[in-house]
Design a protein around this ligand. Structure first.
Ligand code: ADP
Ligand code: ASP
Ligand code: MG
Length: 420
């Protein structure tokens, strides 16, 4: 059995969906599980919808209308007006509308998961019906019925023990299955999501549970590259990397692979292929362990929208275990992920993904005992297998706010000279 994962970039419009169907059709004789994410950037739109709903703003209806009309255009392009798919998609939107009419509860992340899951549900319904209309026999699965997670809304972890037997039963027969990535349900059957870009994680989890032969994630790039080509123009494709290298790249924020993807695959030695959906016959990158030594060039990972927080105890006490534990407890309570940190005698600095709500919660919790200053709009650049030349190329005239160099990895937080 193989697992294919198609992300938003491969499902942008009707033409792209036809291309995805061409790729699947070539494998129609295999036992194949196709995991899809929401189309194009629909998750961003659903995030806007959720924010607007939480604020009970007047824009909510308009945001929803835009999401509906995006899908309607695709439906019109792919199907006849009388096809059943229109009603099925419409039913999903009716559920969503009903949800939006109810007042939100105070749990921001819980409400996020009840709304954002519709991107994946609708995408999978459209792909399923389109494949059927092309005569490709497929089975649609609502992954929430089998993939159980904890209740850490917006960043849920899959509960492998509980999910295993149901997943194995659901996907047992040979055939092509279409299911959603990124979403699941908790023990109380509330919707959960696995963190942005989490469909790769779903694909890896299913592969682990089902002992799949391989996982292929289909991308708009030829494979894993030495940098995001949107940021650095001269890049090189990596033909092969180890699981460890892939974990490092994903951990530091290379968007091409979700950080939680590798462990479930590595544990069962299942190869991961990263391939281009534009050129499906090209080799792409293979992620797997090998005895050969692989020499890698510098690989750049950019993380934008970073905040650098400096924390100083109000009583000028040293930064040591007891105040570090308060700092980390408050970071964890505010669900803030630390990307980099540095300690001095009376101050502690952390570089984190900037998110207003979460930062606000953290600052409120800290203000009694600590002075907290922060800078936003920063960029964290990680260079694996760095050279001096590679470091110089990214620093340029930018202001270095924080720097950390280890044996294989250089990490630099910069404030670009032209930003405020
Ligand atoms: P998906 O459609 O699966 O959601 P994404 O758009 O999230 O795909 O991920 C693919 C994008 O990741 C590429 O278009 C590329 O801009 C970006 N990217 C970032 N770092 C890398 C890298 N090292 N190699 C390849 N692509 C990268
Ligand atoms: N649709 C979700 C997102 O955009 C999950 C994914 O694409 O993997 O983050
Ligand atoms: Mg993505």
């Amino acid at each position: 059995m193989k697992i294919f994962k198609f992300g938003g970039a491969s499902l942008q419009n009707a033409t792209y969906i036809k291309n995805v169907a061409d790729i699947i059709q070539k494998h129609s004789h295999e036992h194949l599980i196709v995991v899809v994410s929401a189309m194009a950037k629909i998750t961003n739109e659903l995030e806007k919808l959720h924010r607007s709903y939480m604020m009970q703003s007047n824009h909510t209806n308009q945001i929803l209308k835009n999401i509906i009309s995006f899908h309607n255009i695709i439906l019109q392009d792919l199907f006849k007006p009388t096809d059943e798919v229109h009603d099925t998609v419409n039913n999903c939107f009716c559920f969503l509308k009903k949800k939006l009419l109810q007042p939100p509860c105070s749990d921001y992340d819980f409400e996020y998961d009840q709304i954002v899951i519709y991107g994946e549900l609708i995408s999978s319904i459209i792909v399923f019906h389109y494949l059927r209309s092309r005569g490709i026999d497929t089975i649609w699965i609502d992954i929430r019925s089998v993939l159980k997670t904890n209740s850490n809304y917006r960043d849920a972890d899959i509960l492998f023990d509980i999910s295993m037997s149901e997943v194995r039963k659901k996907f047992y027969d040979k055939g092509i299955y279409i299911c959603q990535g990124f979403i699941g349900s908790d023990r109380s059957n509330n919707n959960t999501t696995l963190g942005r870009e989490g469909s790769d994680y779903t694909a890896a989890a299913l592969a682990h549970i089902l002992d799949a032969q391989s996982v292929t994630i289909w991308k708009d790039v030829p494979g894993v590259l030495t940098a995001d080509p949107r940021i650095i123009s001269h890049v090189q494709k990596l033909d092969r990397i180890t699981y460890k290298e892939a974990i490092e790249l994903a951990y530091y924020g290379a968007q091409v692979i979700h950080p939680k993807t590798i462990k479930p695959l590595q544990n069962k030695n299942i190869p991961l292929f990263v391939k281009s959906f534009f050129n499906p016959d090209e080799k792409g990158t293979i992620v797997q362990d090998t005895n050969e030594k692989i020499d890698l060039p510098p690989i750049f990972i950019h993380k934008f929208n970073q905040a650098l927080i400096s924390i100083m105890p109000k009583d000028f006490s040293f930064i040591e275990e007891h105040n570090l534990s308060t700092i980390f407890k408050n970071l964890s309570d505010a669900k803030i992920k630390v990307n980099m940190m540095q300690q001095s005698a009376v101050s502690f600095s952390v570089c984190v993904d900037y998110e207003e709500q979460r930062l606000h919660k953290f600052l409120t919790a800290m203000q009694k005992d600590f002075d907290v200053l922060y800078n936003i709009g920063l960029t964290l650049i990680t260079i694996r297998h760095y050279t001096d030349e590679a470091i110089n190329s990214v620093v340029n005239n930018n202001k270095i706010m924080l720097k950390e160099i280890s044996r294989k990895t250089a990490r630099i937080v910069i404030k670009t000279v032209n930003s405020n």
